[in-house]
Write a protein that binds this ligand. Structure first.
Ligand SMILES: Cc1cc2nc3c(=O)[nH]c(=O)nc-3n(C[C@H](O)[C@H](O)[C@H](O)COP(=O)(O)OP(=O)(O)OC[C@H]3O[C@@H](n4cnc5c(N)ncnc54)[C@H](O)[C@@H]3O)c2cc1C
Length: 414
């Protein structure tokens, strides 16, 4: 596969860009693989990539019912941060954030990681206490964050109104190396690297059944026929319950719609990510100039990738007090994704009641930022049967009551 570089771009420019090959192959499925991953979102693709890169397991297929990255991976607002409260969360999210720092070089694919800084506004006394506590916890965990004053907030984000009548800005939790990345590029970069290692990325291939014998996985039924495998990873976010049902067990997951919207493009006016969790809204500016805005999750379960209209109105109304300039912006596009929510708002990376079936889900409203760390940990779990990063995220925590409560860090925020 051709290596992307400035020299390759120059060479291709001279021959009218006729020499670029396809970024990944589109093969038909083989009869059998050592490992199958269901779901070509970021987490599934990253799992496959690190299975090959870190553990030498390359006889792998990634099966996707639609197109790769077409689930939540291509629908999110791309916020990357690791300022979580609990140690287990900070460990996996910081692992992911640090892998994002070098992802473009590792994958030889520009994922446009932009560590522009992420700020979570404190707009109530309760939030001041909560975020100061998180900043102290982060200091112990080795995650670089600080609690900053309203004046510092204003100097970092000149368009913000810190004297709002209902919710004035009282400070913020600031992570200077948080930021954003191009979501599709993350999926495409991993797919290209997996394909290069000889793995099969198979799109338009829906898994319709999971075959088991004597409590162990045998293979899957798909819209492209039956395929055998020794190990199976289920990495399907909002469709986790459906796939678990096929494998004969139940998951403590609810599927709900979460939505986002973008405005018309405007000149650069905000070069950090701002989250306002009390009013349920957050905003960043894309490289194209659009203001990328996200809000809360629907309050009922469903599988439609849309979400209800009242959320858009509520989100924009809430943000206008803090960002008065957006009252005059036209909103261009609005979409939704189905996110997989656990009770403690922490993910599940786990073995399952069926031998050699592994599950990775529960990233809810905030899993884009975790993609490389999750893939790294899930690959280790699938290859070795254990990983220090996944130990506390097992399914057994719901039986034993050992929850990793991140509802403040991840409830609706991303
Ligand atoms: C509007 C919105 C905003 C968000 N904002 C952020 C944010 O700012 N920061 C952040 O960190 N996170 C954010 N998230 C969450 C983040 O997008 C997800 O946690 C993450 O993308 C999940 O990735 P995934 O690979 O697990 O799932 P997905 O990307 O959804 O991939 C799962 C794949 O499985 C496939 N699949 C399902 N069933 C089958 C089947 N039977 N056979 C084969 N394939 C199947 C699906 O088609 C899909 O492509 C947001 C989510 C939404 C919806």
């Amino acid at each position: 596969m051709k290596r992307y570089s400035v020299f390759a771009v120059a060479r291709e420019a001279l021959r009218y860009h006729q020499g670029w090959g396809r970024a990944w192959r589109s093969p038909e499925p083989k009869k059998k693989y050592e490992a199958i991953i269901i779901g070509a979102g970021g987490h599934g693709l990253a799992t496959a990539y690190y299975l090959g890169k870190n553990h030498g397991l390359k006889n792998v297929a990634i099966l996707e019912k639609g197109w790769l990255g077409g689930g939540n991976t291509g629908r999110n607002t791309t916020i990357i941060r690791s300022n979580y409260l609990q140690d287990a969360s900070a460990a996996i999210y910081e692992k992911a954030r640090s892998l994002y720092e070098t992802m473009s070089q590792d994958l030889n694919y520009n994922v446009m990681f932009s560590p522009r800084g992420v700020m979570m506004l404190a707009q109530t006394q309760h939030e001041i206490r909560g975020y100061k506590r998180t900043a102290h916890a982060n200091a112990l965990q080795g995650v670089s964050t600080e609690f900053i004053t309203p004046d510092r907030v204003k100097s970092l984000v000149p368009i913000i109104n810190i004297d709002g009548p209902r919710y004035p800005v009282l400070g913020a939790l600031w992570q200077p190396r948080g930021g954003t990345a191009r979501h599709d590029a993350v999926a495409w970069g991993y797919a290209r690297a997996c394909s290069e290692m000889g793995m099969d990325v198979i799109q338009q291939c829906e898994v319709t059944g999971i075959r088991r014998q004597n409590g162990q996985v045998q293979g899957v039924e798909t819209s492209k026929g039956s395929i055998d495998c020794e190990k199976l990873g289920i990495v399907v976010a909002g469709h986790t319950g459906v796939l678990a049902d096929m494998a004969g067990f139940r998951m403590p997951i609810e599927s709900v719609a979460l939505q986002a919207l973008v405005s018309e493009p405007i000149k650069p006016c905000m070069d950090v990510v701002v989250m306002a969790n009390t009013v349920h809204g957050y905003m960043s500016q894309s490289d194209k100039g659009e203001m990328v805005i996200g809000g809360g999750a629907d309050g009922f379960n469903n599988y439609t990738q849309r979400g209800s209209f009242h959320h858009v109105e509520e989100t924009v109304r809430a943000l206008i007090e803090t960002f008065p300039i957006i009252s005059r912006l036209k909103m261009l596009r609005w979409w939704g994704g189905i996110v997989d929510m656990t009770g403690d708002r922490s993910p599940i990376l786990s073995t399952t009641p069926v031998k050699n079936i592994f599950i990775n889900c529960g990233w809810g409203t905030g899993g884009f930022k975790a993609i490389p760390g999750s893939g790294w940990a899930m690959a280790e779990l699938m290859a070795k049967g254990h990983s220090s990063l996944t130990e506390e995220f097992g399914l057994n925590r719901f039986k034993e009551g050992k929850f990793i409560d991140e509802s403040v860090a991840a409830g609706v925020a991303h």
